[in-house]
Design a protein around this ligand. Structure first.
Ligand SMILES: NC(=O)c1ccc[n+]([C@@H]2O[C@H](COP(=O)([O-])OP(=O)(O)OC[C@H]3O[C@@H](n4cnc5c(N)ncnc54)[C@H](O)[C@@H]3O)[C@@H](O)[C@H]2O)c1
Length: 359
């Protein structure tokens, strides 16, 4: 039987991937996660008793832990999601990003190499999950693709770029069968409420301001998380070792357009006139909560993805358009208030982070 080692499986995308892998493959799924502020066992509660699921709490940057997991579970594939993932936090404290994203990825790659040199590579795959942010910022025209030169601008994207280069080097130098995916902005269930969409949904529900960075005109290419997970699974199963695949939803929107679309969706799901948090303040429309705040230092202007290689070679196609994805997302957060409260029980209070500019 196949065994997938899923790092970061208690985080946003990882938790969605674990569900997909258990539902659509016969593989055993072993999650290795440190359970930082962004990882929560509540996100895996409904699969925790699944007979093919196992959870290991541990740090990917700790070699002894990684070696023990490889020895105990002999994975036939690694799907590597674990990372520090929030740009604003990387501006406040870049060191943890270098430690987890660069050193952690190195320890995983090196443990996989050591194990394969004794056990043989067989059908083994190392799927390294990365981001389109490694490519920097686009002007009004053009798209990122697999041939775009790297130009990371934030400590987060720089640490992911470092990890991508190590993954590439382990293929070219040691022949480790690594496949890398670089995906655009995800949205959907189980995303920690520091990120744009869940932050806006929860604030809107509570009648709090909807903070929009700068002029709100920064463009992202939005992809529903389940579609990303399917792309990762396709790349794991059908991707060629040493290859990279850019994944995106062809849904370019400014942040302002996304917030307006969310407000419209909220109005359908929970009309402002029936939301006591707005009625109390005499607010009749969710869009009245929009508030412009100082921009993020070094904020990339535009990301957009050409996903034609993944569509062609992996036969991958997103199933959700933005409308259906947003409707599903708003519904999920409104229906899962317990999860929202549980994951915010730590120190995070939806406060603004990462305002430190150039010195
Ligand atoms: N969210 C996006 O829009 C997006 C887009 C493209 C790529 N990605 C990439 O996808 C991956 C997952 O992103 P996400 O949004 O789910 O992140 P997330 O922050 O929601 O989850 C990260 C998970 O990794 C775990 N983790 C962190 N440090 C660890 C360590 N040292 N050892 C073990 N576990 C650790 C956390 O506990 C958490 O469960 C990341 O590699 C990210 O760069 C994210």
């Amino acid at each position: 039987m196949q065994t997938l080692l899923v790092t970061g499986g208690a985080g946003f995308i990882g938790a969605n991937f674990v569900r997909l892998a258990l539902a659509e493959t016969p593989a055993r799924v072993v999650v290795l996660d440190r359970l930082t502020y962004a990882g929560n066992l509540q996100s895996l509660a409904d699969v925790s008793n699944h007979e093919r699921f196992e959870f290991v709490k541990g740090d990917i940057a700790d070699r002894a832990t990684v070696d023990r997991v490889f020895a105990d579970h002999a994975p036939t594939g690694v799907v590597h999601f674990a990372a520090e993932s929030h740009v604003d936090r990387s501006i406040e404290g870049p060191e943890e990003f270098v430690r987890t994203n660069v050193l952690g990825t190195f320890q995983l790659l090196d443990a996989a190499r050591a194990r394969l040199s004794s056990a043989g590579s067989g059908e083994f795959r190392f799927l390294h999950v990365s981001t389109d942010e490694v490519f920097g910022s686009l002007g009004p025209e053009g798209f990122f693709s697999e041939t775009t030169p790297y130009a990371p601008n934030s400590p987060y994207s720089a640490s992911k770029a470092g990890a991508d280069h190590l993954a590439r080097a382990y293929f070219h130098t040691y022949g480790l069968p690594v496949v890398t995916t670089n995906c655009s902005n995800n949205y959907g269930p189980y995303q920690f409420p520091e990120k744009l969409l869940p932050l806006m949904i929860l604030n809107a529900r509570e009648g709090k301001p909807l903070p929009i960075y700068g002029d709100g005109a920064n463009v992202r290419d939005w992809l529903f998380v389940e579609d990303h997970c399917r792309g990762v699974l396709r790349a794991l199963e059908n991707g060629a070792p040493g290859e990279c695949y850019t994944l995106g939803g062809s849904n370019e929107r400014t942040n302002l357009e996304m917030v307006d679309a969310l407000c419209a969706e909220l109005e359908r799901a929970l009309p402002a006139a029936q939301n006591p948090a707005l009625v109390r303040q005499g607010i009749e429309d969710y869009t009245a909560l929009k508030t412009f705040v100082p921009d993020r230092p070094g904020h990339d202007r535009r990301y957009a993805i050409d996903a034609s290689k993944a569509r062609r070679e992996l036969e991958w196609e997103p199933r959700y358009d933005l409308e259906s994805g947003l409707a599903a997302t708003v519904r999920w957060y409104l229906d899962h208030t317990e999860w929202c409260e549980a994951v915010q029980s730590g120190s995070y209070r939806r406060e603004r982070l990462g305002l430190e500019g150039p010195r």
